[in-house]
Design a protein around this ligand. Structure first.
Ligand code: TRP
Ligand code: SF4
Length: 328
């Protein structure tokens, strides 16, 4: 342990696929051994764009939590909780909203992008505009030193630092300025070679059984110019090869050589991949089999996580109220 604090959240979009896992969760599992970690389900953030579609939300939160625990987040090592269960997130968001100029929010690139992209819902709301303000509250409530996020979240982190500076300038030093912790994201394409995404139906889920994994791997798109197995291949256009880079690091060079030289057939290459994936994912699958019959156990873990997070959160809020002189 190095005494530094890490905070990160994930919106509950339902069960995770391998793209999500290698984009963030795999890294969280490592970080829990080195840092004081706070990992939470950002359910209020889900409402900023999905306030009309709340039927699935509860179930999605459960799915995300079971994914996290199956993947190896250990409640003895990190705090695992749900944003909306620690009301201080809302209080700090409110106070930050008093000092955050609208111009900062309007100029946030993610805000402008989403407004252009999301056409099937009306997201011209106060809550959606204030998304980065809530995110700043999530992070600063625990005085994070580092925030592991993908590049898409960097503008939010920049705003978080600006809000921290502005608060400190007006009321006195309370918040450290958190740094982004970018990880080299391991990129996995979908089964069909496009980006892995639920909406394309081309995912492998973290919850897939070994059998399902084998079946899905056998349907993956390979180099279309290889008709016979001794045709020279182009691994760079092949999803199977992209997966080998993640699941079979030690052998990728051999595989590349063999593929280019027409020395390995795609069927065999897929079988090799499926073996490595099944080996990697079996412990995750087995943990899930145990957890899925113990909803009470999961509930307890989360309650404890929420209580532990709330202890720190309420301490920060006392400092905030004192600094702002709203502590009567
Ligand atoms: N905005 C993040 C995302 O969509 C989720 C999130 C909410 C978050 N609050 C956070 C991430 C605080 C890191 C820290 O991925
Ligand atoms: Fe892809 Fe392997 Fe076939 Fe080459 S041999 S095209 S890397 S599946």
């Amino acid at each position: 342990m190095n005494g530094k604090t890490i905070v990160s959240g994930m919106r509950p979009t339902g069960s995770l696929h391998l793209g999500n896992y290698f984009g963030a969760l795999e890294n969280w599992v490592k970080l829990q051994h080195e840092y004081d970690c706070y990992f939470f389900v950002a359910d209020w953030h889900a409402l900023t764009t999905g306030y009309e579609q709340t039927q699935e939300l509860k179930n999605n939160i459960d799915e995300v939590l079971i994914d996290w625990l199956s993947a190896g987040l250990d409640p003895e090592k990190c705090k695992i909780f749900i944003q909306s269960k620690v009301k201080e997130h809302a209080e700090l968001n409110l106070l930050f909203s008093m000092i955050t100029p609208l111009s900062w929010l309007y100029r946030c690139p993610t805000y402008k992008d989403q407004l252009k992209q999301i056409k099937d819902r009306d997201i011209t709301t106060h809550g959606f505009l204030g998304y980065p303000c809530l995110m700043a509250a999530d992070i600063l409530l625990y005085k994070a030193d580092f925030v592991p996020v993908g590049e898409d979240q960097l503008p939010h982190l920049e705003l978080t630092r600006e809000i921290a500076r502005r608060f400190n300038y007006i009321y006195g030093e309370v918040f450290p300025e958190p740094q982004a912790k970018l990880t080299k994201a391991k990129v996995l394409p979908g089964l069909d070679g496009r980006k892995m995404s639920k909406s394309y139906g081309n995912t492998i889920a973290l919850s897939d059984s070994p059998d399902t994994i084998r079946k899905k791997v056998s349907t993956m798109i390979t180099d279309p110019s290889r008709i016979r197995k001794d045709d020279p291949g182009h691994p760079e256009v092949c999803s199977v090869y992209a997966f080998h880079k993640v699941f079979n690091e030690n052998e990728v060079e051999d595989i590349e050589q063999m593929c280019r030289g027409g020395k390995i057939g795609c069927v065999q290459c897929k079988r090799k991949l499926a073996d490595s994936m099944v080996e990697y994912m079996t412990p995750i699958y087995e943990r899930r089999q145990v957890l899925k019959d113990k909803p009470e156990y999961i509930r307890e873990i989360i309650e404890t996580g929420c209580e532990n997070a709330a202890k720190i959160a309420s301490k920060t809020m006392e400092e905030v109220r004192t600094a702002m002189k709203v502590d009567w």
